[in-house]
Design a protein around this ligand. Sequence first.
Ligand SMILES: C[S@@+](CC[C@H](N)C(=O)[O-])C[C@H]1O[C@@H](n2cnc3c(N)ncnc32)[C@H](O)[C@@H]1O
Length: 497
Amino acid sequence: MKRGFLNKPNALSKASTEYSSNTVKSQIPAVINLADQSKEVGGLKKGRVDVGDFKAQGYEIKPNDGKKLDYPDDAWITSTQPTQKLGATLADDPDGWAECFISGRAKRAIVSVPGFPEALPRPDPSRPKPYKIVETPGKGMGMFATRDIEWGELIIAERPLLVIPSAIRYMGALAFPANFTRDQLQQAQLDQMEKLIEMLVNRMPKENQEAYKKLANCHQEDGSGPLFGISMTNSFALGDYYEPEIPGYPEVATRYSGTCNEISRVNHSCRPNTQGDWDSPTFSFQLRASKPIKKGEEITLTYISDRVVEPTSERQRQLASYGFTCTCEACSNPEISDPRSNALKELLKPTFNLMMMDWINPTTGKGIGAPATSSGTIMPGMMSMGMANQLGQNTIEPALKGLKLLEEEGLYGSMEYGDLLGRVMLGYNVIALSSKEKRWEAKQWNDKYKRYKELFKSARNAKRRKEKECEEVVKKNEKEDFNKLVDEMKKKMNLRA
Ligand SMILES: C[S@@+](CC[C@H](N)C(=O)[O-])C[C@H]1O[C@@H](n2cnc3c(N)ncnc32)[C@H](O)[C@@H]1O
């Protein structure tokens, strides 16, 4: 923890008037990663910590120039996205907008997305609205289907009310009393965060202010103020606009989080019936049905999308900070679900066969290269069709087992489902190269994969772009490594490199 900055008694008051004029430069990272820590197992410390005379500073509300973009990358600014004229009402833009606290870098990233700000996609107007938000016994409010909803159907697209960084990075520019303990420092940061959100909420139209304040708050006993508590309870990570990692602080989150009016009412299930993601051109979260949903059924999301295949105890640990115990089908039947989760974790590991498949030339089916094997090294072009076939079979079999388990668990919209579908598709594609009879099967799996990807069609964001870039880098590195390997082998064999 860097504490040198704590010795600057005037920094807080100076900085606090500058936030709204867009000029705060944050050179020192957040001391405590509050927003993320709140989600960690155990969460924030219980109860308010005494901080003596310390008082969080208020922020002046000043109108910003919505068109201004030439901020330093790490200046922290308040910004309405998409930009609205001063005093705009919801009638001016029925799609709504978010009050954001973002870096100069993030503002440029938001507005530079091609098409931004696209209008929100509207669910089919010829059909009745597919959901309502009502009280759910034991869960507070929840979202329910008002009619049957088809697989892949868009249920709702919604711009957030509030967007803030998932970790409190800007607070490095503030000063807190130098003699504060870690707990006091955390409390002071919570108080300061509350003030910041208060300023953002005050900028919202009345209807949005009311909607925000009515949202659930499961952080009523950990010293966080009511507005920040609401953000921690209800926010989802925006799959875009990442801040760079801070050297020396790899644990500080680089994402932004958004709190919505309606999507934030969707309760969690470890076996959800929707897939939600962020869409940058429309600046909205979008929720699609990942299973057919019957009229009257509760519409659910997972709050732990990267953990759905963990065993029950681990999932419950991850959910602890939300203050409820999940009673979904998997959590209610761990004796059935956990063995499936354990088997799935094994089947999802990257396999040697899969790695080898990546080296197969998709048009010839021959190896374009391969990593060293225990029995030697395969040279380019040396992989026979028979061998490619075998690799295909070896990949398909475990992936099909995994898919069956995921289907038994009802995890059709999960990332894991896409991963295994992709493996089966790849396996069949390779086999189809040498077997005409298998082409039909390969096509079926290609279609299934395409259909799965449809679920993510609203996810036009940097996360997806990054995934693609990563795949390309991995492929390039693999090729470079392979070329080096071939050079070495040629040298050893006294051939010209
Ligand atoms: C994002 S809010 C969801 C909407 C909330 N139920 C409401 O009344 O607005 C998250 C909070 O909802 C409740 N919740 C969500 N999923 C739940 C579940 N499966 N069982 C019980 N409570 C749940 C918890 O209190 C959690 O902190």
